[in-house]
Ligand binder design. Structure first.
Ligand SMILES: NC(=O)c1ccc[n+]([C@@H]2O[C@H](COP(=O)([O-])OP(=O)(O)OC[C@H]3O[C@@H](n4cnc5c(N)ncnc54)[C@H](O)[C@@H]3O)[C@@H](O)[C@H]2O)c1
Length: 392
C-alpha cells in the first residue's frame, strides 16, 4: 500500500455520495477517493464527473487502482462484492445491512413467506464467508454503522466508561416515512424490511455500548446478545389502513413496523423499534438507563437550531433535515447533519484503523452480532414473539 490510502466506491447512489464527502473530511491520514463503479455506465460517469474521480467499468479494474473497496450497493450484493475485493487483497468498508438473506435469485421469492430459520442459518453463513475471506487475506472489514460514531453515542461511551456504568436497559428507535431507494421494499434486494433497514442502526448502537461496558469492566469481555423476542407487521398493507399520501406504501414483501426485545448475556435488556410510519422527519434516538446515570442520545432531530418559516417557498433552496416533508412553520434545521450522524468520524476511524493496523470501533464482530440478532428476530416474529436464542 502506498502512503496515501486509495479508496474505490462501488455504487454511485445516495450512500456513495455521503461516503465520498466523509473520506474528503479525513485528516491526519492521507486518503484519496480514486474512482467509482456502478451498475450503469450513465450513473458512474455522472458521479465521476460531478466529484472529480474516475469511472471504472468493473470491480476488477477498480481493485487494481485502490487499497480499499467501499461497498455502497443494495444489501443483496454486499457479500459477493466484499469477498471478491478481499480475495484481491483489498480492505473493505461495507454499508448496512452488513449482509443477510435475499432468496435464491428468483424474481418470485417472497421473503415474508419464506422459513425464517433457513434465513437465519444462511445469513450467518454469509457473515462467516466474509469474516473468513478477511482472515485469509489479512485485510480489515469495516462495518459502516454511523450510529457508533455519532457524537451523541460517543459522548455516552465516555460517560459509561469513565463512570463505570452498568447498562440495565436500552431503548431506541429509527423510523421515518419510508426509504427513497427503489430497491427498498423487496426482500430479495434489501434482506428484510424496517428491522433490517432501520432497526439495524439503534440495534448496533445498543450492541456496541454493551460491548464497550463489558470490555471496560474487570472481565474485559464484550457483553453480547443472548435472546430475542420480536414482532413485525405490515401496517400500510392492512385493508384498514387509510392512505393519505404522506407515507410510502410500495412495499412488496417486507414489514413496515418491527419491535425487538433483546436480552444480553448479563441478563440486561434492550427494546428496539423501527418503522416506516413516522411523519415529521427522521426519528432517531437511543436512551440508556444505567445503574448510575441516564442518557438520551438524540441523533435526529436535535435542537441546535430552531427556525420559524411562515412561507414554504422561502426555504426552497435550504436543506433542513432528512424527510421533514414540509419546511413551513417551526423546524429544526441540522447545522451539520453528516457530523451529527457520525459520518466523517466513521471514515476517520476506518482510515486510521487501516493505516495503523488496528480494529475499527465498528468492525466485523459487531456486524456479525447485528446480523445474528436481526435474523433471530425474524425467527421469533414468525413464532409471534416467542423468545429465541441468538446464535454465537
Ligand atoms: N448508513 C446510512 O445512513 C445509509 C443510508 C442510506 C443507505 N445506506 C445503505 O447503503 C447501501 C446503498 O443504498 P443507497 O441508498 O445508496 O441506494 P441507491 O439506490 O441510491 O444506490 C445504489 C447504487 O448501487 C449500484 N449498483 C446496483 N447494482 C450494482 C452492481 N451489480 N454493481 C455495482 N453497483 C451496483 C447502483 O447503480 C446505484 O448506484 C444500502 O446497503 C443501504 O442500506 C446506508
Amino acid at each position: 500500500m502506498s502512503n496515501t490510502i486509495r479508496v474505490g466506491l462501488v455504487g454511485a447512489g445516495f450512500a456513495a455520495r455521503f461516503h465520498l464527502h466523509g473520506y474528503r473530511r479525513v485528516y491526519g491520514v492521507p486518503v484519496e477517493v480514486v474512482g467509482v463503479t456502478s451498475r450503469s455506465a450513465e450513473s458512474r460517469e455522472a458521479f465521476a464527473r460531478q466529484h472529480g474521480v474516475r469511472a471504472f467499468a468493473a470491480l476488477e479494474a477498480l481493485c487494481e487502482a485502490v487499497d480499499v473497496i467501499d461497498v455502497c450497493t443494495p444489501g443483496h450484493l454486499h457479500e459477493a462484492l466484499a469477498v471478491a475485493a478481499l480475495e484481491r487483497g483489498k480492505h473493505v468498508v461495507i454499508e448496512k445491512p452488513f449482509t443477510g438473506y435475499y432468496g435464491s435469485g428468483s424474481a418470485d421469492f417472497r421473503g415474508d413467506l419464506f422459513p425464517k430459520e433457513t434465513m437465519l442459518r444462511e445469513a450467518m453463513a454469509s457473515c462467516d464467508r466474509i469474516l473468513s475471506a478477511s482472515r485469509a487475506a489479512g485485510r480489515r472489514v469495516c462495518y459502516a454503522e454511523n450510529w457508533v460514531y455519532a457524537p451523541a453515542l460517543q459522548k455516552e461511551r465516555e460517560i459509561l466508561v469513565k463512570s463505570g456504568g452498568q447498562i440495565l436497559w436500552l431503548i431506541g428507535d429509527e423510523s421515518h416515512s419510508g426509504s427513497h431507494s427503489p430497491y427498498y421494499g423487496s426482500w430479495r434486494f434489501s434482506g428484510g424490511g424496517s428491522l433490517v433497514g432501520k432497526g439495524c442502526h439503534p440495534l448496533t448502537a445498543a450492541l456496541y455500548l454493551k460491548r464497550v461496558e463489558g470490555e471496560a469492566s474487570h472481565a474485559r469481555q464484550p457483553i453480547r446478545p443472548a435472546t430475542v423476542s420480536a414482532r413485525t407487521h405490515q401496517i400500510t398493507r392492512l385493508q384498514t389502513f387509510r392512505d393519505a399520501g404522506f407515507l410510502r406504501t410500495t412495499y412488496e414483501d417486507v414489514e413496515d413496523y418491527a419491535q425487538v426485545h433483546l436480552t444480553f448475556d448479563d441478563g440486561m435488556v434492550a427494546d428496539i423499534f423501527s418503522s416506516e410510519l413516522v411523519l415529521g422527519g427522521v426519528h432517531n434516538w437511543l436512551e440508556v438507563f444505567a445503574h448510575n446515570h441516564r442518557t438520551r442520545c438524540n441523533l435526529n432531530p436535535i435542537d441546535a437550531l430552531e427556525t420559524f418559516n411562515p412561507k414554504e417557498e422561502q426555504l426552497r433552496d435550504v436543506y433542513v433535515t432528512e424527510k421533514i416533508g414540509t419546511k413551513q412553520g417551526w423546524s429544526k434545521p441540522a447545522p451539520d447533519e453528516d457530523w451529527q450522524h457520525g459520518y466523517p468520524q466513521e471514515f476517520q476511524d476506518f482510515m486510521e484503523a487501516i493505516a495503523h493496523g488496528r480494529e475499527p470501533q465498528s468492525g466485523a464482530e459487531l456486524a456479525r452480532d447485528t446480523v445474528a440478532v436481526l435474523y433471530t428476530a425474524y425467527v421469533s416474529a414468525e413464532r409471534r414473539g416467542t423468545e429465541v436464542e441468538v446464535p454465537r
